[in-house]
Design a protein around this ligand. Structure first.
Ligand code: HEC
Ligand code: HEC
Ligand code: HEC
Length: 227
């Protein structure tokens, strides 16, 4: 009888230790998780939340809210309430499925908009350059075409050259991680121009791979083929 109760006691004791260690592990996991969350939180200022492709980032619930509700403008300021709400301002403009749902390139090219190129001098014309740069992507996604034309209709050369991009084909290393972190194309895309979402990939990845395309082999695998 004594033996049995000893066994039960032992089992209970062991169970106790086990659940305590489990609890401890769970607590450790939880504090790790909150640390991770804190790290992501710290990145929030640097990384655009419009790039909803990045699942670590919180999604914007609503877009194009009126200025007093958009979290950007000061609702206590009288001037904020005088501003035209985006939904009214954007009415009739060509649409897209992402960002603020306006196709700004079409809006400009079809003449819906006529923005002033210089803040003070209304006679200054943009310096438009029609030069497409194709960036061959090693992965199987379509290649990237960077079109200078729609960019230089809005921007000055010095907005990109030389601070963001050295003006020489393939002189810059660009990849998706950098873009999603707000560098390279991501300096603007996801902030002031269309964001990276699963619907916008083909805006940049617009040149299909040739039919005979094969993934490039590294020099090591060419020298020492495994078969
Ligand atoms: C929105 C950003 C942006 C703007 C604005 C811009 N460029 Fe570029 N430019 C690029 C990118 C990206 C490349 C490609 C770099 C690469 O492949 O590494 C490039 C490449 C170039 C090249 C190299 C072409 C080649 O074949 O090697 C020249 C020259 C150039 N740009 C001139 C200009 C001029 C002139 C303007 C203004 C009229 C301008 N760019 C405006 C982003 C921009
Ligand atoms: C704003 C333009 C832009 C958008 C939008 C975009 N990409 Fe990219 N992507 C690039 C550029 C530029 C590169 C680098 C190309 C190179 O190697 O020179 C790239 C590279 C890649 C690569 C190769 C690996 C790497 O990181 O370099 C993959 C895969 C890729 N993109 C997938 C996607 C997918 C999937 C989407 C949509 C969710 C997407 N891209 C949206 C511009 C874009
Ligand atoms: C300095 C800001 C800036 C940078 C950097 C930038 N873009 Fe853009 N991009 C714009 C603006 C502004 C537009 C026009 C508004 C829009 O479409 O959202 C635009 C439009 C585009 C378009 C749409 C063209 C169309 O016909 O609809 C493509 C494609 C594009 N960018 C690709 C890229 C790629 C690829 C890179 C990086 C190599 C890049 N952009 C870097 C600001 C930028």
């Amino acid at each position: 009888m004594k033996r049995i109760s000893y066994a039960i006691y032992c089992a209970l004791f062991c169970f106790g230790i086990m659940s305590m260690s489990q609890l401890w592990a769970a607590e450790e996991g939880a504090s790790k998780k909150s640390m991770e969350l804190k790290q992501v939180k710290g990145e929030e200022g640097k990384v655009s939340t419009a790039n909803v492709f990045n699942r670590l980032l919180k999604k914007d619930k609503a877009r194009n809210l009126p200025p007093p509700e958009d979290g950007v403008h000061d609702a206590d300021n009288e001037g904020t309430h005088v501003l035209q709400p985006p939904l009214i301002a954007y009415e009739g403009l060509p649409k897209t499925d992402f960002g603020n749902y306006v196709d700004w390139v079409q809006a400009l090219q079809k003449g819906y908009l006529n923005p002033r190129y210089d803040r003070v001098d209304p006679t200054v014309e943009p310096l438009v350059m029609d030069l497409d740069i194709v960036r061959e992507v090693k992965a199987s996604v379509p290649d990237v075409v960077f079109p200078h034309k729609p960019h230089t209709q809005w921007l000055h050369c010095s907005n990109c050259h030389p601070a963001i991009f050295i003006p020489q084909k393939n002189a810059n290393q660009i990849n998706m991680s950098a873009i999603l972190l707000g560098q390279k194309c991501g300096v603007c895309h996801g902030k002031v121009s269309f964001p990276i979402t699963t619907l916008s990939c083909k805006k940049c990845h617009s040149k299909p791979k040739p039919d005979n395309w094969k993934p490039p082999l590294s020099s090591a695998s060419v020298k020492n083929p495994w078969r």
